[in-house]
Ligand binder design. Sequence first.
Ligand SMILES: NC(=O)c1ccc[n+]([C@@H]2O[C@H](COP(=O)([O-])OP(=O)(O)OC[C@H]3O[C@@H](n4cnc5c(N)ncnc54)[C@H](OP(=O)(O)O)[C@@H]3O)[C@@H](O)[C@H]2O)c1
Length: 326
Amino acid sequence: MTGATSAPLRLLGRTDIEISPIGLGCWQFSGGRGLIGGFWEAVPQTTVNAIVRASLAGGINWFDTAEAYGRGRSEEMLAEALTAAGRHPGEVVVATKWWPVMRRASSIGATIGERIRFLSPYPIDLHQVHQPYALATVAAQMNAMADLVESGKIRAVGVSNFSAKRMRAAHAALAARGLPLASNQMLYSLLDRGIESSGVLAAAKELGITIIAYSPLAQGILTGKFHADPSLIAKSGMRRHRRDFRAASLVRSRPLVEELARIGREHGVSSAQVALGWTTQFHGPTIVAIPGATQERHVADNIGAMQLVLTGDDLRRLDEVSRPFA
Ligand SMILES: NC(=O)c1ccc[n+]([C@@H]2O[C@H](COP(=O)([O-])OP(=O)(O)OC[C@H]3O[C@@H](n4cnc5c(N)ncnc54)[C@H](OP(=O)(O)O)[C@@H]3O)[C@@H](O)[C@H]2O)c1
């Protein structure tokens, strides 16, 4: 069953920022640069423009990028694509991230100028600590972020890959400054349900923190394309070294992939839409998802998940068949 209108916008944590249940992940726009950006082959600016335009046309109103994605290249490509699409500053929500490895909290303030410049003219709505590995306490990092909010350089603060304990510490440090912790960006999909048992999801619900699910398609596995044509794995770049892409893992995930396809046939939609629908519906509004794309047709497909209403039976069945990954 599909509805005629897109899903309503959701509040990002306890901020006043409204976001679509699905945003666009922009790691793929790294220009193939750097250790982290080099994970994906470079996507040309013309394709990035088409992906961003299709996202906006389909009701996506926010974009997730990072300093680490090509040392700011993704931020620049995103800003160029939004400009090409004719969006004015303030008409879209932009999230970026500070890279904390081997850095002190003072680097948050020292690098924000570059973030603002690369994303110009679009303001930073959400700034996130990318990983929990800074040479600084959580409180020091949150205080540096709070300074940026107070000086008007960012609107809200988030973290990523934070355990429940660290997330609570970040929440408490920001609360002492009168600010909410908006979000925790975490690995989450039907193939990676760890946040349900680690306490992260429960704490997020308790504290009103949005979970931003990254790799919600398990980097393409949940679309079913690698099961349908395993020869694609050899052409999948660095992903082929990941556990999910090994032959034994594909055997394990096959029942889940088949169930996604079956439910998709019933609704007349793709497996990717069913997977994203489950991710953004099963736990209510707490979880939003940011699938990445290297082609316009990926987005054209994925945005359909915002019009898909899965039944209680669909949600339960997918819960059951993905239990081995919980
Ligand atoms: N905070 C963190 O530590 C962290 C970590 C990872 C990711 N992220 C964020 O999360 C975003 C998404 O995660 P991700 O890129 O790792 O994984 P993902 O969204 O699960 O998978 C994206 C990949 O799946 C394929 N794909 C997407 N839609 C498709 C469709 N409809 N049909 C067929 N194939 C499709 C594309 O691969 P091909 O182009 O190769 O076909 C695409 O590059 C990233 O862009 C990034 O913003 C954050």
